[in-house]
Design a protein around this ligand. Structure first.
Ligand code: PMP
Length: 382
């Protein structure tokens, strides 16, 4: 059987990883500023994470969701403390798309409505509901097309108010990434998030904060919506939650009360996933990774902004994007080939940095030097 090429692949085989570094099968070392697409939160193969999972694996890794799993309660408790959302309820599942799927569905159960407001350049996943609120026609199959979703311009307060004035009572939910990831690292303005909160309150709509990529400390705060000082009704999370172990969830504000069987999953919240997720929260707290993400992220953005060829540096914490002018087209490829540095991208010409929240300042310095070197090399050959 042949393997289906889901994505265009780099010709690299990674066989080992530690902290912010990975190694290929030839023994070459790479600096990982992509973090497996924002998944590596506390660093590759963190010893506490490995130990927690190993110890759990020897006890029990899975049973079913028909028994008590104290680890789930422990996780809910620790998540409540670190996020400041102690009065929310946690539902555990397996991926970002599944989390958003459940968030959208729960909102609709809650208020009995059908319309969803989403935004231009949004990415929420590839399952049915999640993809129908994703603004990319290439991902949407005919079966996913629906008139229930309105895509409004991101950060456009006038358009949002206008839409609510006309359709407010039909809107079930508004789903927004506090910082758009796949869309190119676009930060939602604080006033825009506040307006979403106000309008959702006024019209009885549910505010869903897709925190799959921008959450879990990546922005330097636990949720990027915290910058605006607003509480969303439902937060979805995934990527960084397990540091590479598949685990995801939504947290639900107390006024939304899911009933038995409205949400469910076989694998969600299994013992092993909980152990991985607990280890991540413990390390984030112990190693003060929110502070580190804030500090190293600020340093990176300042250094990037000082490079004349780099445009429009943006983001928060360790979720950073910048535009690369056309003449520097091969930059990302060259960083990998010559400097052994993994970065991410977004169309058409954005480089995205989503490293571990434990990225060290010296690693950031190494990247900036390498970047300058590669820019100079491209100029020389031009
Ligand atoms: N929401 C956002 C903001 C994402 O970035 C992603 C993944 N790129 C998803 C949802 C979907 O997550 P998953 O791939 O785990 O289904």
């Amino acid at each position: 059987m042949n393997l289906f090429d889901v994505y265009p692949l780099n010709d690299v085989t990674i066989v080992k990883a530690k902290g912010s570094y990975v190694w290929d099968d030839q023994g070459n070392q790479y600096l990982d500023l992509y973090g497996g697409h924002a998944v590596i939160s506390i660093g590759h193969t963190h010893p506490h994470w490995v130990k927690r999972i190993e110890e759990q694996l020897e006890k029990i890794s899975f049973y079913s969701n028909s028994i008590q799993i104290p680890l789930q309660k422990e996780l809910a408790g620790k998540l409540g403390t670190i996020s400041g959302k102690e009065d929310y309820q946690l539902f555990l599942c397996n991926s970002g798309a599944e989390a958003n799927e459940n968030a959208l569905k729960l909102a609709s159960f809650h208020n009995g409505r059908k319309k969803v407001v989403a935004f231009t350049k949004a990415f929420h996943g590839r399952t049915s509901l999640a993809v129908s609120v994703t603004d990319n026609k290439n991902y949407v199959a005919p079966v996913n097309e629906t008139d229930n979703v309105a895509f409004l311009p991101f950060n456009d307060e006038e358009a949002l108010e206008d839409y609510f004035t006309r359709h407010g009572k039909e809107i079930s939910s508004v789903i927004i990434e506090g910082i758009q990831g796949v869309g190119g690292i676009n930060v939602a303005s604080e006033s825009f998030l506040k307006l979403i909160r106000t309008l959702c309150d006024k019209y009885g709509a549910v505010y869903i904060a897709d925190s799959v990529q921008c959450g879990y400390g990546r922005s330097g705060k636990f949720f990027s919506h915290d910058f605006a000082g607003v509480n969303a009704d439902i937060y979805s999370m995934a990527k960084g939650m397990g540091n590479g172990f598949p685990v995801a969830g939504i947290i639900i504000a107390p006024h939304i009360k899911p009933k038995h069987f409205q949400l469910g999953t076989t694998f969600g919240g299994n013992h092993l996933a909980c152990a991985a997720a607990l280890a991540v929260l413990e390390v984030i707290r112990e190693e003060k990774l929110l502070g580190n993400a804030t500090m190293v992220g600020k340093y990176l953005r300042e250094q990037l902004a000082a490079i004349p060829e780099i445009k429009n540096v943006r983001g928060r914490g360790l979720m950073i994007g910048f535009d690369v002018p056309e003449e520097l087209g091969p930059l990302k490829k060259n960083l990998l080939a010559h400097q052994k540095i993994f970065t991410g991208e977004a169309k058409p010409n954005v480089i995205r940095l989503l490293p571990s929240l434990a990225l060290k300042k010296k690693d950031a310095e190494e990247f900036i030097d390498a970047l300058k070197e590669e820019i100079a090399a491209i100029h020389e050959t031009a």
